[in-house]
Design a protein. Structure first.
Length: 188
């Protein structure tokens, strides 16, 4: 059992009969007779949906053991992603609903960590950022002043992100895998 005031990102818990992974936890101590509160953002390990709520600091939650395995992405169909553990060649099927929008980042032979709750895969952890090539974007615009406008760029995997005006087709950029946003241009 773990108190809600002790929750940290990455912890798996059972709350109200459902399994969740803590994505963010922010504890606010109370003053006087007011008890503390923990604001949490949770990922439902069964449906892949996110939920934000506040918990009293003294709420006891059951902590779940998650096991991470390094795996290689093989392929996907409309509903499922297929992964293989390189050492044993064991395969795991992960519903794409659990991966969410980040499924667009998957490419064959990509190395990721798959989290298991018992024998069931429940989450795919991506690297913090990925380097991807820009396959199509408007020509670069070099304005004389400080121009903070962005333009749309299609990446090699089909993902579309907003990039600064100086990015051109063929450039390699870094994309944050959590927010699916442009971080910076890769230096050659």
């Amino acid at each position: 059992m773990v108190l809600s005031s002790q929750l940290r990102p990455g912890t798996a818990i059972t709350y109200e009969g459902q399994n969740f992974k803590v994505l963010a936890a922010d504890y606010h101590p109370g003053q006087g007779k007011m008890g503390g509160v923990t604001h949490v953002r949770l990922l439902n390990l069964d449906t892949g949906t996110q939920w934000e709520t506040s918990l009293r600091a003294d709420v006891k939650l059951e902590e779940l053991p998650l096991e991470k395995k390094p795996m290689e992405f093989l392929y996907s169909d409309e509903t499922t992603g297929y992964f293989m553990e390189p050492g044993t060649c064991e395969q795991a099927e992960v519903p794409l609903a659990l991966i969410g929008e980040r499924k667009k980042l998957l490419s064959p032979e990509m190395q990721v960590s798959v989290e298991f709750l018992g024998e069931r895969p429940v989450n795919v952890e991506f690297p913090i950022f990925l380097e991807l090539a820009v396959s199509d974007t408007a020509p670069p615009s070099h304005s004389g002043g400080t121009d903070n406008t962005l333009k749309v760029a299609a990446l090699e995997n089909g993902l579309k992100v907003m990039v600064p005006q100086f990015i051109k087709t063929g450039d390699a950029i870094r994309v944050d895998t959590n927010s699916l946003k442009y971080m910076d241009r890769v230096k050659k």
